[in-house]
Design a protein around this ligand. Structure first.
Ligand code: IMP
Length: 196
């Protein structure tokens, strides 16, 4: 697994980057990792036509890039589950806000996750989808936090392991914003200190 590099985010004049303290994973590092993942998944699934299940909204960037990097036939679907809201701490409650459009019985499913933090969301999804009789389920996550006390949940492929800090960008938000950053960044604490 590649090392996470910390690049100072100096002299950034983009409006979307206002509030970014530093870049944790660059756009190039993300795209290189996705190409490697896609090659592995292509080789693993071949003509099995996997169903990629993206977890809204955080996984949109990862799903879009991953599916385009894959060259085998595949089907894409999305689920939405409750998450953090505007706070930086997990509420510990998971529920389905939008279910899949596809029946997964007998299918090979790949859960595409933005980040595994406490592991609660993923544990819930694995449980719910596992009851629907898929042929198998694999989990690919762009990020996994090194979080003490996290649930030891199944993750088959991790892009980057990161420290237990709140991150934004590449699909991840703070209060709904920053999802359109093409890299993963640390939020300046002054942003949530002034808005909470
Ligand atoms: P869980 O704690 O593993 O259940 O994480 C559930 C969801 O919380 C993730 O899919 C993200 O959408 C969100 N999340 C967790 N950590 C972060 C973070 O550092 N920044 C933004 N969203 C996060």
């Amino acid at each position: 697994m590649p090392e996470v590099s910390t690049v100072e985010h100096s002299a950034n004049d983009e409006l979307r980057a206002r509030g970014v303290a530093s870049v944790l994973i660059t756009e190039e590092e993300i795209q290189n990792e996705i190409r490697a993942m896609a090659r592995e998944l292509d080789a693993e699934y071949g003509e099995d036509v996997p169903l990629l299940v993206g977890v809204l909204t955080g996984a949109v960037s990862f799903m879009a890039d991953l599916m385009k990097a894959m060259t085998i036939p595949l089907v894409v679907d999305f689920m939405a589950v409750s998450s953090y809201g505007a706070a930086t701490q997990s509420s510990g409650v998971v529920r389905i806000l939008k279910d899949l459009n596809n029946d997964i019985e007998g299918r090979r499913v790949i859960i595409v996750e933005d980040i595994v933090d406490s592991g609660l969301t993923l544990q819930y999804l694995l449980d719910v989808l596992g009851r629907r009789g898929p042929k198998d389920i694999r989990v690919v996550a762009m990020l996994k936090k090194e979080k003490p006390g996290a649930i030891p949940v199944q993750v088959d492929r991790i892009g980057f392991t990161i420290p237990d800090d709140f991150v934004i960008g590449y699909g991840l938000d703070y209060a709904g914003q920053y999802r359109n950053l093409p890299y993963v960044a640390i939020l300046d604490p002054s942003v949530y200190q002034t808005s909470e």
